[in-house]
Design a protein around this ligand. Structure first.
Ligand code: SF4
Length: 478
């Protein structure tokens, strides 16, 4: 093990706990040498978040809490608070077992042991600051982080700040009333503390966050060694915890367990039927056919795939592979690098819908993502060719539920990247993946003379369309 474990509970621990409790344990007690380098995509997210933070902070009067060590910075923060400065950037709040570094501490009129004022925490985020912006729901992970700062402030200034804020990507201030998160914080705190101190260790469980986690190398080795049940598609941590409670830990255990005998929390009749079947398929390595796929047919087939960059809320590529070709072309890749281009891309796509309006065609895609993005583009830019786009939308057929309803696969998931090698059409593009494509896209935005990157982005999207075609043909052959 390298270095002494860090035992103080941080606000980051509460944020990570929501995603994976095992990560909290490993961050404090794991061997740092086992950590993988940060994925390019996460590096990019951190870089963007930092640039946004610097951009916001340069327009706000503030004083930085400087110092060489955390203790020194905490002492400087305390002095600045006693002096009543309006805004402190990266102030350090330190207690015996807890620490926190809110982006900002802002002075508010009121009473505290500091005088006729107190401080509230404000964090700068490059997203919207909401769980769901349209519904106005706040994020629980942010709420718990801010509550942690509030608790530390209570120690330091003798007063718990009732409110806190997230300064979002549009520089709007989203109010987070701290008392709303007291229950969630109290519920999580004992386990977060036990994992941080090492009293509890927890276990890895395969989830969607694993692919970008620096502990994946460490955790995958353990999961594979014990043939952990979360290696089954869609199993997840909650089911693992329930099943571990009755002694079911491995895929072999799941295959041999009589699900009809006991009623288990979170395991409904559908799971009780599908899970042991998935386990038997995983152990045999052989696919099981449930029913013949129900697939539409038509003279023209279109394989459709969008690429977007959520950090910029931009759909940057709309790809279609058509057979037979449309006006002599099989592949259409509408590409843009900014919102002006996105509006044009949307107009070009609508024009294509009009051009094929009289054809007998069907559009295949994979997951609900394409329909969601289509709706977003319509909301953003309006619709000029309503009938043609409606026809296109009505002819869309999602192949993901068709796959899930037709076969049980011996793979870890049912995503295109997992399915492609299984059906004998592995991706040729190196590092293929949506997150990596965003990294390439942003590299290209920085330097549009890089035709090599442009070709890679377009080639990856074209390959997604062609893998989709291979999936359709494979399904037809079952
Ligand atoms: S790799 Fe997965 S299981 Fe392991 S710590 Fe990360 S998120 Fe948790």
């Amino acid at each position: 093990m390298g270095g002494a474990p860090v035992l103080r509970v941080t606000a980051q621990d509460f944020y990570d706990y929501d995603k994976c409790p095992h990560r909290v344990y490993l961050d404090h007690h794991g061997n740092p040498e086992e950590k993988l380098p940060l994925a390019d995509f996460l590096n990019l997210l951190f870089e963007r978040a930092l640039l946004h933070e610097q951009d916001v902070i340069k327009d706000l009067d503030h004083i930085v809490a400087e110092g060489k060590t955390l203790e020194e910075r905490a002492a400087v923060t305390m002095d600045l608070m006693k002096d009543g400065v309006e805004r402190i950037y990266h102030g350090v709040l330190l207690e015996d077992d807890d620490s926190g570094i809110p982006d900002l501490l802002e002075k508010v009129d009121g009473k505290s042991k500091l005088g006729d004022y107190f401080y509230k925490p404000v964090d700068i985020k490059s997203g919207s600051g909401y769980e769901s912006e349209s519904k106005g729901t706040l994020r629980k992970d942010y709420g718990k982080q801010l509550f942690h700062y509030g608790k530390l402030l209570q120690q330091v200034q003798g007063y718990f700040p009732p409110g806190s804020e997230i300064l979002n990507k549009r520089r709007e201030r989203i109010l987070y009333p701290l008392t709303d998160f007291a229950g969630l914080y109290a519920e999580a705190a004992p386990r977060v503390r036990a994992l941080t101190s090492g009293e509890e260790t927890d276990e890895p469980a395969l989830c969607s966050d694993c692919k970008n986690c620096q502990w994946w190398g460490h955790c995958e080795e353990i999961l594979v060694k014990v043939n952990d049940l979360t290696l089954l598609p869609g199993a997840g941590r909650d089911k693992k915890e329930t099943l571990n409670g009755v002694g079911v830990c491995s895929i072999e255990d799941v295959a041999g367990f009589d699900f009809g005998k006991v009623k288990l929390r979170g395991i409904g009749p559908k799971t009780a039927e599908s899970m042991p079947r998935a386990a038997r398929v995983a152990l045999s390595g052989k696919m099981e056919l449930l029913r013949k796929p129900d697939l539409p047919d038509s003279a023209m087939k279109i394989y459709f795939d969008f690429e977007d960059d959520p950090t910029q809320e931009l759909v940057y590529l709309c790809g279609l592979w058509a057979e037979p070709s449309i006006k002599g072309l099989n592949f259409y890749g509408y590409f843009c690098t900014n919102e002006t281009g996105e509006a044009k891309m949307w107009a070009d796509f609508q024009k294509l819908c009009t051009d094929i309006g009289s054809e007998d065609y069907v559009v295949f895609h994979y997951s609900a993502y394409e329909k969601t993005k289509l709706n977003e583009l319509e909301r953003k830019y309006g619709i000029q060719e309503r009938d043609a786009v409606e026809t296109f939308r009505n002819r869309m057929k999602d192949l993901l539920p068709v796959v899930k309803n037709s076969v049980v696969l011996p793979t870890r998931g049912y995503g295109l990247k997992e399915l492609a090698p299984f059906i004998g059409r592995p991706y040729e593009t190196e590092d293929a993946g949506g997150a990596q494509a965003i990294v390439w896209f942003q590299e290209y935005q920085k330097d549009p003379s890089r035709q090599d990157i442009f070709k890679k982005i377009l080639g990856y999207n074209r390959e997604d369309c062609l893998v989709l075609k291979a999936v359709y043909e494979w399904l037809r052959g079952l």
